[in-house]
Design a protein around this ligand. Sequence first.
Ligand SMILES: [Fe+2]
Ligand SMILES: [Fe+2]
Length: 413
Amino acid sequence: MDFVELPVNQKAATWNRTIEERLNRLVRARDRWRARLGLGGRAADYDDVHYECEGGARDDLRRKHYDKSLRLLWKAEAAAPWSSFRDLAAGERAVADMAEQSLSPAEREVRARITSAEFRAELDRHYTPRQKQALVNILSAIGHGEAYAWLVSASNLRDVQSSGAKAAVTMQVLEEAKHFVVLRELIGAFAVPVPRQSAWEYLLLEGVLKARGLEKFYGMNVLVETIALSIFGALAHLPGLELLRLFHLDEARHTALPQNYFKEFPMTRRQRTGRRARARRLRMALPTLPLILLLEEDLAVLGIDAFEFAGSVLRKVVHLSDRAGFELPAPPEVMLGRFNALFNLYCRLTRPGHQARDFMAAETSRDEVVARVEHDAFGGRAPTRAAAAAGGPPAAPSPAAAAGDDAAAVGRG
Ligand SMILES: [Fe+2]
Ligand SMILES: [Fe+2]
């Protein structure tokens, strides 16, 4: 290139360089000493000399979570055309338009009619007012959880090391923000009162947000995400709620993050097995039990047994905790046995003629696309051939294809 070079005062340029070099040494020495004295050194855990976050590149984590999240990124406008979201890029809109042209005239008319009012009318056709209220009570419990998932994952950005892990967590922040705003609109479409957080949810989620360092990975990615994933799994087969398959797919990926992260940055033995840490984890999970008792009535309206639901959640939580290295006060089988005894005791007291049974072996996810994702992740029931035929929401990435892709990451990390 031919640039017309401008004259520069060389003496001034040398002064400026010298001043910067001396100030650089001074500022960094000051922050090193302040850090050593516990007075707070450099705020950013960033290594500008190597152009990486502290902890290095860790591209494997980036590939498993950041790249995969972008590959499976779904847009609300395509998955929920009745919503107010207009998030498709021009290229995506062109693809959606082309896909629409391949529909038959009748199919195209149905799709064009799905406005917000049409969607509400469709929900009214499928559900009684009590069923709508039950769905909203259950979905809003996790809707409030999505707000906390957003805040917790944003705060996790400061707790994880390496560029790869920060990129992975950044995608979780983005997905939780999307979950919160999209789920809020879906819940709003039911047009029934949305309950506040119950006291048990308040205690559970505040406990997770206040947890120290990577214990938040246990509270959020293992415990709360598994509850969310199980609720989405139990409802995704219902009319108007097919969109929940996409939420389920994202949450499955989020539950795999702790074990993938600890492969790169293992916890110390004390962090994994310390008596206080194990007791803290159990304490953090305890509000889940009364929360499920509180939801028993609404789950029953939808034909879901609260204890089967709780059993399937706890089996997955205990399994994921074990895989990530978050030890609990007792080995997995013992923990599950104790919870099962407690559930059977409660049922004996409240359900006439109750016969003892293994709630921990129950599975309340009915959707075949969901089953495909969970099969590899948790060793649940095998997906049937119907899964291949089950489609996702219109114009969304095929959840069946995405589930297969995601299951590989969730199951084998
Ligand atoms: Fe979420
Ligand atoms: Fe999540």
